[in-house]
Design a protein. Structure first.
Length: 203
């Protein structure tokens, strides 16, 4: 049994930063604990950005290989999760660029994925329940998100799906606060435009 097994509740669990220090001191179990904490998070993010589970699994594996090599460069100046998101988003971006294709989200998300489609659909339509079923709205929004440029997808993922605020997104992506707000506004405007055409078609 690992010393990191949860025997005493949430308060007794080591922080991510403590696990990083333990790993850098030679404790392999600390790295395995970090993988356990973040594997599903990175998998879900890669799936949202790349479009299918096979690509997402490849990137997830790449991320943790990179993580093992790069943990020595973590300076403890930011939260570990923020730093890991930056590494993971860069890995997704590099993978998509290697594929040299426009990524699309065509699979039906599993129950473990955030319900961003419904949240965005509710924002885009005054009363979606009155004119169409929720499942159809979600499918339409999902397809609209898939057509966004990659840089718009990542701000949508970080802010609207994961709940990071503007400053946190700026730190993760290493861009200015103004750029975050601009990209998010442009992404939402493009989504609204595409969804408006669908609403007119259904209405």
């Amino acid at each position: 049994m690992s010393k990191y097994d949860d025997n005493g509740g949430e308060q007794d669990r080591p922080t991510d930063e403590e696990l990083v220090r333990d790993f850098l001191d030679g404790d392999q179990a600390a790295f395995e604990e970090l993988v356990g904490r973040y594997e599903s998070v990175i998998m879900n993010m890669a799936y949202r950005l790349l479009g299918n589970r096979s690509d997402a699994a490849d990137v997830c594996q790449e991320v943790f290989v990179l993580l093992m090599r790069k943990l020595g460069s973590f300076r403890f100046e930011a939260k570990f999760s923020t730093w890991l998101y930056r590494v993971s988003l860069n890995a997704c971006h590099d993978y998509a660029r290697r594929l040299r294709r426009h990524v699309s989200i065509s699979e039906s998300p599993g129950d473990d994925l955030p319900d961003i489609e419904q949240r965005l659909a509710d924002d885009a339509f005054d009363s979606p329940e009155a004119s169409m079923e929720r499942a159809e709205i979600q499918k339409t929004v999902r397809e609209a998100i898939a057509r966004l440029p990659y840089k718009f997808k990542e701000v949508i993922y970080l802010h609207d799906i994961s709940g990071y605020n503007y400053k946190e997104v700026a730190r993760i992506l290493d861009i200015s606060l103004g750029t975050v707000k601009s990209r998010l506004n442009r992404a939402r405007a493009r989504l609204a435009k595409e969804l408006e055409g669908y609403r007119e078609q259904m209405g």
